[in-house]
Ligand binder design. Structure first.
Ligand code: ZN
Length: 246
């Protein structure tokens, strides 16, 4: 089975459309690691699409916030403002769908899906040490995670931890291969709000049983996504950051 792996779409319809066009014909099923909504201006469009097209869905912290499953106290000001806007904007059906999303780790075939960390979907795996801890709580040798909005990941080879190298700014694709027997925690990056100083939408392609992952980036119409955020009256930082990818 060939999978299109998405994470952190964050209601950015323009970025999602570009990813789907870029990956067209190269996958059989879609997996999503959560955060369908929050920050962006198209929550219903993205959730309608996910309900129709995504085979394996997972809950993210912003999905939990947008359907009232969590307190907004720990969100910063712009995240809270966007969660409140999203809550008011989402249809009752879409909110019910978000509320019913499973929490990770979610086993699928011979890998696992998580949003943040295995024990806490709000925790960011941003270092080899955090990845080493996370791998201890995961049964399969391969897991995909999101939440950091940073494409890449970490691999444990015996006692050594390796960091997956970044995709160079001018490259649209890079295949990362690992040795059998290693344990991998890999992040496809964020479709709708990349934070690795590369504004292009990030995603990954994986084929069952392979010891490799294709990291991809797709250009999208950033000004259009920004205009939608501004027109919705969302905090200006949410449109500004898309231009720089931070
Ligand atoms: Zn996110």
């Amino acid at each position: 089975m060939r999978y299109l792996i998405l994470s952190d779409i964050h209601a950015n319809w323009q970025a999602l459309e570009a990813v789907l066009a870029d990956a067209a014909g190269q996958y059989d099923r879609i997996l999503c690691l959560g955060d369908y909504v929050g920050y962006g201006a198209s929550p219903n469009e993205v959730v309608d699409w996910a309900r129709a097209h995504v085979s394996v869905n997972l809950r993210g912290n912003h999905d939990r916030a947008a359907c009232g499953l969590t307190s907004l106290d720990w969100f910063n000001d712009h995240a809270r403002a966007s969660a409140l806007w999203t809550m008011a904007e989402l249809s009752a059906e879409n909110k019910a769908w978000l509320r019913a999303l499973p929490q990770g780790p979610l086993p699928h075939e011979d890998f696992a899906l998580i949003h943040g960390a295995p024990l806490d979907e709000d925790e960011y795996i941003t270092s080899p040490d955090l990845a080493r801890d996370a791998l201890d709580y995961l049964e399969p040798a391969l897991a995909f995670f999101g939440h950091t909005h940073l494409q890449g990941g970490f691999v444990r080879a015996g006692r050594r931890m390796l960091t997956v190298p970044r995709l160079p700014a001018k490259e649209r694709a890079a295949v990362y291969e690992w040795q059998p027997g290693t344990r991998c925690l890999l992040n496809p990056g964020s479709v709708g709000q990349p934070r690795d100083r590369d504004r292009r939408a990030a995603y990954a392609l994986y084929e069952s049983g392979a010891h490799s992952l294709a990291y991809r980036r797709a250009e999208y119409d950033v000004p259009l996504a920004q205009a939608a955020i501004d027109a919705a009256g969302l905090p200006p930082i949410l449109s500004a950051r898309l231009a720089e990818g931070y």
